[in-house]
Design a protein around this ligand. Structure first.
Ligand code: URP
Ligand code: ZN
Ligand code: ZN
Ligand code: ZN
Length: 481
């Protein structure tokens, strides 16, 4: 069955135009143009007064992640269903092998969990340790399993943290394979040191969380990863950039011609660090995530990074833990499972605080919510673009529609919302996933298992550019007679 989305303004990263959009029964966009005729049996969606945009892609989620002694409460079905309710039609989640666990075994486990997803998905794979089997498995993942990005945690000492040796080995191997390395940038050794010091001082509540992870800790790790990537001549993507220090490291590197990308979370753009001083443990602990929320000053820098193009993507790091799970750290903030939700809210928060404030144009909104992610992770223009032949992942957006975000009404399987009470203007009216109407005017019709795994080919276009740049700088031996 096909859909005809009629009378809207199509917004792509590069242009906006009045056009109808027709989908076909294979889940692709068949045509984009003026006054398209409806094929027999087509369902017509009235998009008068609305924007018709690529569905959001959230490049950073953790559905049902086993983490810090518990498991994230939103699974691949409930989490992707919530995403669809918010206009996000694809996630890139993370396979996180335990140290010494085979990467392929972990990947197969995550693929099994994700079969129930209601929206399309793909995986970054974390490299948490190193030996020859990891080197080999990275090759298998890229050549046979559609993986083109690897993740490295520079924090979480005694768990999944990578030392520099792993970073150097993995970054080098990824480059051979045409895959992008990503990092969670926080100096885990310093975090560990500060955590112990704070606990010894008697600071054991959630206020200890940001104190143990100050911006310098993030700035140091971001800069270290950037410099390692620079020496190796490889591209780098830094996840959840939360502070001026990390952004400055990215900006400096980009100004020096280095290919470094930065991601910012909707939460870091609008939630500030006063939440950790709330006397209610439940409230403060619900905001414990890493890196932590920062002061308003950092938020303004992050917005400028996004507007100026030094941060290219927005995400959520959706990793939900409910009150009983957070209670594990009642007497010790280091035991509070790190993570918050937001996959359903990101697009609305970005529109309300980005487009309605004049920080972003609708086209820039598309860039930072889908198109840039699709380009960086080599999915473009299959995803992140409204054009004939692309996947029919579409959101019909009412720029004047309003809503109050609340845990009482959201679809995310978490008993808290970090955007609670925020009145947003600009909401999804219809979400279309692979040509199927899965959310319409408040009615969520997500289907368990309807999401598909999306292969991402290696060698995104910037690899070729970087190969050329590296060749000009290649080391040469001196020829002696
Ligand atoms: O606190 C967070 N961010 N939890 C999820 C794991 C990670 O660091 O991304
Ligand atoms: Zn992280
Ligand atoms: Zn400043
Ligand atoms: Zn994460």
């Amino acid at each position: 069955m096909s859909l005809l989305i009629r009378g809207g303004t199509v917004v792509n990263a590069e242009q906006m135009m009045r056009a109808d959009v027709l989908t076909d029964d294979s889940g692709k966009i068949a045509a984009v143009g003026e006054n398209l005729a409806a094929p027999a049996g087509a369902e017509i969606i009235d998009a008068g007064g609305a924007y018709v945009m690529p569905g959001g892609i959230d490049p950073h989620t953790h559905m049902q992640l086993p983490f810090m002694g518990t498991v994230a409460s939103d699974d691949f079905y409930t989490g992707t269903a919530a995403a669809l309710a918010g206009g996000t039609t694809m996630i890139i989640d993370f396979v996180i092998p335990s140290p010494k666990q085979s990467l392929i075994e972990a990947y197969d486990t995550w693929r099994g969990w994700a079969e129930k997803a209601a929206a399309d998905y793909s995986f970054h794979v974390a490299v948490t340790w190193w030996d020859d089997s990891v080197h080999r498995d990275m090759g298998t993942l890229v050549k046979e399993r559609g993986v083109n990005s690897f993740k490295h945690f520079m924090a979480y000492k005694n768990a999944i943290m990578c030392e520099d040796e792993v970073l150097v080995n993995s970054f080098s191997r990824a480059w051979e394979l045409g895959a992008l390395c990503t990092v969670h940038a926080e100096n885990g050794e310093l975090v560990y040191h500060l955590q112990k010091k704070l606990l010894a001082q008697g600071i054991n509540g959630p206020e200890g969380h940001p104190l143990s992870r100050p911006p310098e800790v993030e700035g140091e790790a971001a800069n270290r990863a950037i410099r390692i990537a620079q020496v190796l001549g490889v591209p780098l993507y830094i996840v959840h950039v939360s502070c001026k220090e990390a952004l400055d490291a990215i900006t400096r590197a980009r100004n020096e011609g280095q290919r470094v990308y930065g991601e910012v979370l909707a939460g870091h753009l609008v939630v500030d660090d006063s939440v950790y001083r709330n006397p209610d443990f439940r409230f403060a602990a619900a905001h414990v995530m890493s890196p932590p929320f920062r002061s308003k000053e950092h938020q303004e820098h992050l917005w400028r990074g996004l507007m100026g193009g030094n941060l290219q993507t927005t995400a959520t790091d959706h990793c939900c833990f409910c009150e009983p799970q957070k209670a594990a750290g009642k007497n010790d903030f280091t035991k509070i499972p790190n993570g918050t939700g937001g996959v359903e809210d990101r697009m609305m928060v970005l529109w309300d605080q980005g487009v309605r404030t004049g920080r972003l144009t609708p086209m820039e909104f598309v860039k930072v919510t889908s198109a840039n992610t699709a380009q960086i992770f080599n999915l473009y223009p299959r995803k992140g673009c409204i054009q004939a032949g692309a996947d029919a992942d579409i959101v019909v957006w009412d720029p004047e529609g309003t809503k109050t975000i609340s845990a009482k009404t959201h679809h995310q399987k978490i008993d808290f919302n970090i955007f609670e009470g925020m009145n947003v203007t600009g909401i999804p009216v219809h979400t279309i996933s692979r040509g199927k109407l899965v959310y319409t005017k408040g009615d969520l019709r997500a289907v368990q298992g309807a999401g598909r795994y999306v292969d991402r080919p290696s060698y995104a276009p910037y690899f070729d550019a970087l190969e050329k740049a590296n060749a000009l700088k290649a080391a040469k031996a001196v020829e002696r007679v």
